[in-house]
Design a protein around this ligand. Structure first.
Ligand SMILES: [Zn+2]
Length: 352
């Protein structure tokens, strides 16, 4: 039915919308929303993410794989641009749409602005990223390319979980969803959010849904003064964390902190191909000595053998993950690291 709706057909279910999300493993998720769900999603999104000036006169371009009725409740002020157009195609479509607000996954937006055909001849007021972790180097690159602030949101087909404030912290929408944290053994300042949607009333309820995402704790209250509890960001999917031979988790943030400066902001991906073996995947253009230095740093960080591979060219519709784990031991040892959940409420230590 989601496919039928995407093709403009009638599903025969009045008031319900069937949507497809970008599946993290390539298999899209399906979600069902009632009219009220959609209205509430849009209202919360606008209130949390957009400054008043943009709210009143902004036009938005949504760059995602799949269109959804969720994005078309704005009286024609929203344009969906399909990522299946490719980077050049999206760059042209953006120029035609001339949006004041650009929404999309950070890696796809970065590839669009790096495309040869990208010329930003229109003023952008805000860039909103979602669907993937927003790394500081990508945030800086996008802010520069669009000459606009970059904010990330954390949401999934399952709902709208969190939005970043102007300080870059991600505040959970604990007035709309209940968030429990499942601590991770071996990563004391990380947790996996478990979400219960308190306001959704359509046929698809969400009760204690364990995401596979890893949130990074922030230190101290957020200077923005919001009463909503905040985290520093989402680091990635737990299933993608490399594990060293001593069974320690290798944190993507640590990998990024080492590799991103060493590679001068170039694209990279660290893939665990087997026990004790990492592949550093780089574009051809990265010079040998720079790659060798990055490989040495990664070896020093992880204690694992590091090989160089060519970064495959992925379609724009694919999620890009900076770490990936292909090898056994599968997810069971990762799941066993998850501790019983505890509540994260608005009255927690970092509430204002
Ligand atoms: Zn804040």
């Amino acid at each position: 039915m989601a496919q039928l709706e995407a093709e403009g057909g009638d599903t025969g279910h009045r008031g319900l919308s069937f949507g497809l999300s970008t599946g993290t493993t390539g298999e899209p998720g399906v979600f069902i929303t009632s009219e009220r769900d959609r209205a509430r999603w849009l209202g919360s999104f606008l209130a949390r993410v957009l400054p008043p000036a943009l709210l009143l006169r902004g036009r938005a371009a949504i760059l995602l794989c799949h269109d959804s009725q969720l994005y078309h409740q704005t009286g024609g002020r929203t344009t969906h641009i399909s990522l299946s157009l490719g980077a050049e195609g999206c760059a042209r479509a953006l120029e035609e749409a001339r949006p004041g607000i650009v929404v999309g996954p950070p890696s796809a937006l970065r590839r669009i602005v790096e495309a040869g055909g990208f010329r930003r001849r229109f003023p952008v007021g805000l860039v909103v990223t979602g669907g993937e972790p927003l790394w500081p180097d990508d945030a800086a690159l996008l802010a520069d390319a669009f000459a606009a602030p970059v904010r990330q949101v954390y949401q999934a087909a399952e709902g709208f979980f969190a939005a970043a404030c102007s300080y870059g912290r991600l505040h959970f929408n604990t007035d709309l969803v209940r968030v429990e944290r499942s601590p991770i053994e071996g990563a004391p300042d990380r947790f996996v959010p478990i979400i219960t949607d308190l306001v959704r009333d359509g046929p698809q309820r969400m009760v204690r849904y364990r995401t596979d995402d890893v949130a990074m704790e922030a230190s101290g209250p957020c200077p923005c003064g919001s009463a909503l509890p905040s985290v520093a960001g989402i680091e990635g999917r737990l299933a993608d964390y490399p594990i060293d031979p001593q069974d320690r988790l290798l944190l993507p943030q640590d990998i990024n902190a080492v590799l991103s400066p060493a590679l001068a902001g170039s694209w990279f991906r660290v893939t665990q191909t087997d026990r004790g073996i990492l592949a550093l995947e780089l574009p051809h253009a990265v010079p040998g000595p720079q790659a060798a230095r990055a490989m040495r740093l990664l070896y020093e960080l992880s204690g694992m053998a590091v090989t160089r591979r060519t970064l495959p060219s992925l379609p724009l519709t694919a999620k890009f993950r900076r770490t990936l784990r292909l090898s056994p031991p599968g997810t069971a040892p990762l799941l066993s690291r998850l501790q019983p959940p505890v509540m994260l409420s608005t009255t927690s230590r970092n509430a204002a």
